[in-house]
Design a protein around this ligand. Structure first.
Ligand code: UD1
Length: 422
């Protein structure tokens, strides 16, 4: 497996283009299964997770063609030839469960393996299943697979989520577009990726109201048509690269960045003493001299501070002046980067879902291991500011979520290179 070598050096300067959102693209792609007509996504990110979803959709009989070096995905699901999402593909990526709602809604049956993905907690799919049951699906769990049926088609229903789930909201939203009657999703996720999905589904002919709020109402229609849709900007990639100059100084403009996508995160950067400014092309982040200030962070569903930026924020706070407390409220096992950061000299105490970080003057480079997608990039960020060389091993997860990380950081002056694994 490849490794990434980062050598801490001076301030960064320049521009970094931000790609389309991985998490939006991974829910927009299965939407092709809802229609016989073509769905084309522009501004798609070039990532291994997208290739995994491509493989999965192709295994079901969809045509997926990658154009313009992967930035455009032309999809068409004239028929669904195979209604079984196989364990071999699904285990690689949890978002695979998102093919369940669309297949069931369109053809009244589907079999999907229970998913795998990053090892950041138990991450069950019970809310996805309960939502589909509320729409009349009959479900049976056998040998690691969900066997779903809706013989007379799905029917509109009231889905009241006990807590916010992005994926379950997406699955239910897609399924409800073709259900008979009205579906109301209560306590729905409000993430920008949900808004993006609703906008795309509406272009395909769906009747949806309330996306971006906690209550989404869907009036089912008989069929959906085709559409062309640009994938929304990746707010997690945006936040990650905003942290690069925040950690090692300088001034970097994030092209395509939007403050409304990262509001809660920007408030914390501001409290730490990092300046964020809107520009004609995106967002500009500047860090002056001196240490950043310690800040407390609690992860929450959108519009709160995103769990997917917690590891990267911790990398920044490792060298803050003072003590920061990070509370992880979304996933129960998401501090696996902490022991790796400690190998670089960070002072971190983890107790359950709380990490207390006592800032040190400077981190020191070390060989470290990437344990999940966001943890991998937090170690790269930490390496940018550390003294000496940091070798991030097992970067397989990184390629799932960040396109051309070495190129993007290298272009603003970071010393970073990839070493091919044997
Ligand atoms: C999505 C994102 C992921 C992000 C997460 C939270 C994608 C592809 N991934 O993941 O990057 O970290 O949102 O913002 O979009 N849960 C259950 N039962 C369920 C579903 C979820 O208990 O049926 C729990 C999870 O274990 C977790 C919490 O609910 O503790 C939130 O998970 P959810 O919002 O569903 O995350 P994902 O959609 O998997």
């Amino acid at each position: 497996m490849d490794s990434i070598i980062v050598t801490g050096n001076g301030p960064l300067k320049g521009q970094i283009p931000i790609a389309g959102a991985k998490n939006a693209c991974l829910t927009l792609m299965p939407a092709t299964l809802l229609s016989e007509e073509p769905l084309t996504l522009t501004n798609a990110p070039r990532l291994s997770d997208i290739r995994t979803m491509t493989q999965l959709l192709q295994s079901l009989g969809a045509e997926v063609t990658s154009l313009q070096d992967g930035k455009v995905l032309a999809m068409s699901s004239h028929t669904i030839d195979n209604h079984t999402a196989d364990y071999d593909i699904v285990r690689k990526m949890r978002a695979s469960i998102l093919v369940l709602g669309p297949m069931l809604a369109r053809d009244g049956h589907a079999v999907v393996s229970l998913p795998g993905g990053c090892a950041i907690g138990a991450r069950p799919v019970d809310l996805h299943l309960k939502a589909l049951e509320a729409m009349g699906a009959e479900l049976d769990l056998r040998e690691g697979y969900v066997h779903a049926k809706a013989p007379g088609g799905l029917k509109g229903g009231i889905v009241d989520f006990p807590f916010v789930s992005v994926g379950a909201t997406e699955n239910a939203l897609m399924a409800a577009t073709l259900a008979k009657g009205t579906t109301v999703l209560k306590n729905a996720a409000r993430e920008p990726e949900i808004v993006d999905l609703a906008q795309c589904l509406r272009k395909m002919g769906a009747q949806i109201e309330g996306e971006g709020t906690s209550t989404i109402t869907i009036q089912g229609v008989d069929r959906l048509g085709g559409a062309t849709h640009p994938v929304v900007t990746d707010r997690i990639e945006l936040g990650t690269y905003m942290l690069a100059p925040a950690i090692c100084g300088g001034e970097v403009e994030l092209l395509g960045g939007r403050i409304d996508l990262v509001g809660a995160f920007c408030e914390k950067l501001d409290a730490a003493g990092i300046s964020v400014e809107e520009t004609a092309l995106g967002l500009k982040v500047t860090r002056g001299n001196g240490r950043v200030r310690a800040v407390d962070v609690t992860t929450e569903p959108f519009p709160g501070f995103p769990t997917d930026l917690q590891a990267q924020m911790m990398a920044l706070l490792c060298t803050a002046d003072g003590v920061s407390v990070l509370e992880e409220k979304i996933f129960e096992n998401r501090f696996m980067h902490a022991p790796e950061l400690m190998r670089m000299g960070a002072k971190i105490d983890v107790h359950g879902g709380t990490a207390t970080v006592t800032g040190v003057e400077r981190l020191k480079g070390a060989p470290v291991m990437a344990t999940d997608l966001r943890a991998s990039v937090s170690l790269i960020l930490a390496g940018l500011a550390a003294e000496g060389e940091t070798i991030v091993n097992r970067v397989y997860h990184l390629d799932r979520g960040y396109e051309r990380v070495e190129e993007k950081l290298g272009a603003v002056g970071a010393r970073i290179e990839r070493v091919a694994g044997k």
